[in-house]
Design a protein around this ligand. Sequence first.
Ligand code: S3P
Length: 178
Amino acid sequence: MKDNIILIGFMGCGKSTVGKILAKKMKYTFLDTDQMIENSQHMSIYKIFQENGEDYFRQMETTTINEMIESTKKSIISTGGGLPLREENSKALQKLGFIVYLSVKKETVLNRLKGDAKRPLLAGDHVDERIERMLTYRDPIYQLAAHLKIDTDYISVEKVVEEIIRNYKIMQKRGRKS
Ligand code: S3P
């Protein structure tokens, strides 16, 4: 397995926060697929959705993740919440490294992202029901894609980081033996 850790999960699960701390601790590079897309398009995610639509953005995600397979190493990769939904993206993630699903409950998402103006999928009315629906649909997909799942609702960011490092080391040891 390649020496990268990929963080997947719903908006607000802490991928970026956890990822940055993890990268620092492990002396790995921190990468963020949303950030990479914004940089390449010179536009915010919100604007990309507005001007080009969601399908265009999803295609950018596929291109971005596939381009990373060849050369990315010793990196923590934070992914957009919808990235693993395309099967081809999940397969690409498998080639990139150790995949960690940070799971989160609806209430936590609502608390963490109250008033968020950056996420197009959380704009508009009935946010509560829409999050519920998206979480129900996505949770099994995230679970299937991941090597490790961590429930983040009641534990600190530091604890999440610690758990990831512990499991990653076990995985690396096993990988060396086989
Ligand atoms: C999305 C999540 C966002 C971003 C876009 C779509 C999603 O990333 O990619 O707004 O479909 O869940 P974060 O999970 O980093 O918020």
